[in-house]
Design a protein around this ligand. Sequence first.
Ligand SMILES: Cc1cc2nc3c(=O)[nH]c(=O)nc-3n(C[C@H](O)[C@H](O)[C@H](O)COP(=O)(O)OP(=O)(O)OC[C@H]3O[C@@H](n4cnc5c(N)ncnc54)[C@H](O)[C@@H]3O)c2cc1C
Length: 413
Amino acid sequence: MPARPSNGGSDARKPDLILVGGGLANSLIAWRLAALRPELDFFVIERGSTLGGNHTWSFHDSDIPAAALLDLRPFIFASWPRQGVRFPGHARSFDVPYHAISSERLHEVLSRTLGSRLLLNQDVTALTPAQVTLADQSVIAANCVIDGRGPETDTPLALGFQKFVGLEIETETPHGETVAMIMDATVAQLDGYRFVYTLPFSATRILIEDTYYSDTPELDAATLSERVRAYASAKGWRIQRVVREERGVLPVVLAGDMDAFWQRGDPGVPRAGLRASLFHPTTGYSLPDALAFADSLAALPDLSSVAVRAHVERHARALWTDRAFFRLLNRMLFIAATPAERVHILERFYRLPSALIDRFFAARLTAADKALIMMYMAAKPPLPFFKAVGALGETPAWAFARRAANRNVRPVS
Ligand SMILES: Cc1cc2nc3c(=O)[nH]c(=O)nc-3n(C[C@H](O)[C@H](O)[C@H](O)COP(=O)(O)OP(=O)(O)OC[C@H]3O[C@@H](n4cnc5c(N)ncnc54)[C@H](O)[C@@H]3O)c2cc1C
């Protein structure tokens, strides 16, 4: 039974807000509301036994404002002063700090803040802008219901995928890594663009993720897990034990129909996080967007479902328009380039100025940045001019068809 009894859908003890899903986006909203709007009566309903599932959420220092970074401190469990990339013909390190939040830490800190405002192990089976229904058929009415249940499986977006399996391991002896290695692409190129991502948490604890920019969402977890072990072995790191495993298939957006996107789903229900398309179009990462949205929501004077739905839709559509350039780049990567060419494009990208790369990840590119990226991406071989121009158009049907055609290109192995 929920800690908070159902109000049978009536106005009796009706809370201001119910956040459905205790993932990253709704957790950050709850955290911001608890701090900035103490007058509000709200609660979070999560079907899992903890907030946040099983994730390590990382971000670049430059992705979020300095003040927000200070506020996020309680959730950050690891930071690195530098980050690096490695390609077959080029390696580079950046003096830009990198940070990681674990779902474990998020749960530990936020569940203490929320107390009885957090309902765990509760599956929401139906929702409207005015109420939610739980699996036991109890109904709870509220002035506003926000759907933060994570990504929908079937959306009117043409997608590529960033997919990975990560093993957090304890090594028998110190592994010697100190830098957050964002991309080690010196590995064999398979299934599109492949790289290994490593985060050293201590002298003998390291997360190793085998990652692909792939045309397909299928994840062969056993094979990727083996490749992680092979990578560790090649580095001379003997695995004492695997502490945890995480898997992800993140969206890389090539094109989409935002009108159709917002017409789908539960009518009139405000959304948050991936469900509201609030993520970086190229990396699929959502932490900076989730934080910015939580702040914007906490500042809204009217928190009725109607007002919040209008706000999130306006917010997401504005980002969609603003980020058209990222989708163009993604089409160049996934459609104009063959899967085997992706590694060269990424290698060229990482020769660009460090400050531009920061703005890329923060999704704050200037017009001059965009011009420079295009010169690097399109004007230099091996991306064929006509295929690059062909990637300019943006309709989901076209992008789906082109990407399907590209799958016939055999990856190098
Ligand atoms: C393994 C992994 C690693 C990632 N790493 C990063 C990273 O390093 N940096 C970054 O910025 N992004 C990262 N991402 C991408 C993205 O930020 C995450 O997917 C993020 O968790 C999305 O937030 P969200 O709140 O939209 O959805 P989620 O965090 O997925 O939250 C959805 C929540 O809703 C709950 N739920 C679903 N249905 C119901 C229901 N019917 N009733 C009640 N609860 C329900 C789920 O249990 C879940 O807790 C990662 C994603 C994955 C999968």
